[in-house]
Design a protein around this ligand. Sequence first.
Ligand code: IVH
Length: 700
Amino acid sequence: MIELSEQEAKAELAQLAERLGAANRAYHQEDAPEISDALFDQLKQRNAVIEAQFPQLKRADSPSEQVGAAPADGFAKVRHAQAMLSLGNAFEDSEIDEFAERVAKFLGLKASALTFTAEPKIDGLSLSLRYEKGQLVQAATRGDGQTGENVTANARMIASIPQQLENAPELLEVRGEVYMSHADFAALNTVQAEAGAKTFANPRNAAAGSLRQLDAEVTRSRPLEFFAYAWGAHSEPLAETQHQAIARLAALGFVTNPLTKLCAGPAEMVVQYRVIEAKRATLPYDIDGVVYKVDALALQERLGFRATTPRWAIAHKFPAELAWTRLEAIDIQVGRTGALSPVARLSPVTVGGVVVSNATLHNEDYILGRDSQGEEIRGGKDIRLGDWVQVYRAGDVIPKVADVDLSKREGTARPYVFPQVCPECGSLAIREEGDAVRRCTGGLICPAQAVEKLKHFVSRKAFDIDGLGAKQIEMFYADETLSIREPADIFTLAARDSKQLGKLKNREGWGARSADKLFEAIESKREIGFARLLFALGLRHIGEQVAKLVSGHYVSWDRFISAMDAAQGEISEDWIELLNIDGVGEVVARALVTAFAQQSERESIDRLVAELQVQDAEQVASDSPVAGKTLVFTGTLEKMTRAEAKARAEALGAKVSGSVSAKTDLLIAGPGAGSKAKKAADLGIETIDEDGWINLVAGL
Ligand code: IVH
């Protein structure tokens, strides 16, 4: 149990969503990770722990619901016939016992009846290969799990990917990991450095950068390899068990991992984990853990998936690598929402084969040796300039500080004093109650906030304006005559340009063509969807998912704005209506109402909207018969456990409640149903039995 008040939990979940979201984008879209894998995993786990304790606070944009990031521009998009999912993580041996118990309980079986496979978790990037009539017809990256990038031409350049299969099912999607060996990675970096080209931070980034080449000839020159370990859509089963299916993939000509082993239960799984861990240093490729999978495919099927991870598999991660170095300086970066984020500048040090020189320090409490609950971290040791710090990473660039060596601290070292004013604009920086982060109060007068907001505004999931990226935003922000200081200025740019002498086309780096193209790109975005607009504003706590929920509820921008104005009085009907939107909690509601009530922010938004045609949002409909319905299960279910029934219902978009009320849409009553069935009958609620339920959802 963690000791958090509901308010603290909410605040921390919001913060985690923001940090994990940013890390995800940096990692998946830019092949340029910002935080270490280990830190990412830790944050994600922290998020899961808080969500488990406060399920009512789970955010619509919860990081536990997100896999990867949407595809980058440049490649055609491919919608996966079957979603490509991620894996849940475990770090301790005890979590493996818990995993096996959870699986057994879900299935209503004895733990001893289960067998699992254990295999290395390859640190590369996943790829889905579609074979029709034995021919490779499409290769796609994972992307956000639903939609990936079409990299077929590139995949054809990888020697260990068969172009053609003999005796394969009509349709077969083979999934696995593309990776680069250590030796090939080192050789590639040497060649890149000699050519003055970009070098890669680690083999995984090199593999990702090499596969996602618009010119497949470049991919051909890069030594990529592929391990097959899973499958997606298929016209006939590969086998009855995971290990046989892998053997079948090997027989079809795929390379499968030789360290895969069948295990009778958690004890044997952990033994295989130690075996693989001991071999890790001598393997020619990077691995970051061991993956366990329920062996019987029929059981995998019954176990199914949570939002983004299968219930039948888990990744047992290796602990992170460590190194000592000196803390040279602490820089403060100011983000879009004014957050002051301290960044450690380190003497460059090699950690697990990669040189690192920056680490995140999160916030002032973290520097002082306390977590957001005021609990001690690093044994309560604070971090001071000049300290020897132990940093860790597990494959990525920016690591975290694990420890401080007090014996090496100089006598003159003084505790770090966190700035109380914004280093960018000088405004007061304050910490609100329950917030671990100190924020600049300068709003749009703070150049750092304004620039970060603008960058967000033009980013891919927001206005996505071609030719107007982070670099151009910085240029226009600083421009005296053709400045962009707030979003509305983007849409007046062409008009202002036409009226003045120092035209864009005459500037360095621009020409008539590029200037016209930019104006056209801007013009084409005047018509914008409500959800996109709301997300693009970059308001604190208002992520993409929340923007969708809110816009789906109010449908029109005008109705939304009047509702925000009317929701000022906190007991107003409009405030309640806002809070009642599924997925909108108090933090989000307050953030919205405050943002629209803040005069300068509001005027800036109004100026922007005056330049736009905002399209109404669509109300999302679903084709499942139980989508949006509230169901109650009662009595004994004979064909599945309660957990399985509940998971199935939720996967189909239903809500499952424990008690019958006027809000219940459907009761599923097994033998022995008592008071709930009676109450449902009294309320006139439709009631079906277990077979009725199975028929209702069969084939969905
Ligand atoms: S199974 C439905 N097996 O790890 C689960 N994944 O963190 C399918 N990965 O997206 C994945 N080695 O890119 C599986 N032996 C292995 C793996 C493996 C590496 C990657 C894969 C996945 C990610 C999840």
